[in-house]
Design a protein around this ligand. Sequence first.
Ligand SMILES: CC(C)(COP(=O)(O)OP(=O)(O)OC[C@H]1O[C@@H](n2cnc3c(N)ncnc32)[C@H](O)[C@@H]1OP(=O)(O)O)[C@@H](O)C(=O)NCCC(=O)NCCS
Length: 170
Amino acid sequence: MQAKYPKDSRTTLTDLVLPSETNPLNNLFGGELLARMDRAASIAARRHSRRIVVTASVNHVAFNKAIPLGSVVTVEAAVSRAFKSSMEIFIDVWVEDRESGERSKANEAIYTFVAVNETGAPVKVPPIEPETKIEKERYAAALRRKQLSLVLAGKMPPKDATELKALFED
Ligand SMILES: CC(C)(COP(=O)(O)OP(=O)(O)OC[C@H]1O[C@@H](n2cnc3c(N)ncnc32)[C@H](O)[C@@H]1OP(=O)(O)O)[C@@H](O)C(=O)NCCC(=O)NCCS
């Protein structure tokens, strides 16, 4: 299968924060942001694999910064590493300042999607070749994140998580 690049799957969703999407502090409700990130990640996974894709796990979410009502929010997703049937998707969330137009990073997340056939069975996806420095860093760290996710899900014995264990060794 021909390798692809992270830029081939890059997906950008920009939308406002409306009153029905906020919590009692008038900031974006966490579940709404999770849904926006899931949609962007799903499109990125589909662009990489050109298959049906399903969310297998949400590996990491950091709600570092509250996003106020009326904000313009941009969710950027791209495949950071492809394995056999699974893909790690890295998602960056940006908020745009109304007056200056400057964007600042609000949150980030990492999702795992799996490409499946019409009966829901996993199918192979193309490999990926990172190009930029940040793409290479995300690619390199993706294997230990996959192992951590599988260990936490009870799908991999901790003794087999070699990349993960290496983090704690001298
Ligand atoms: C995701 C799903 C297809 C995996 O099926 P499975 O029977 O576990 O298949 P496998 O064990 O062969 O795993 C397939 C791939 O997913 C990866 N995977 C499965 N669970 C994972 C997890 N918790 N974290 C990271 N990767 C995971 C496996 O490592 C494997 O990756 P690889 O092929 O790249 O090596 C299946 O669990 C599913 O359909 N889940 C429901 C998905 C869904 O409906 N999502 C929306 C939620 S409402």
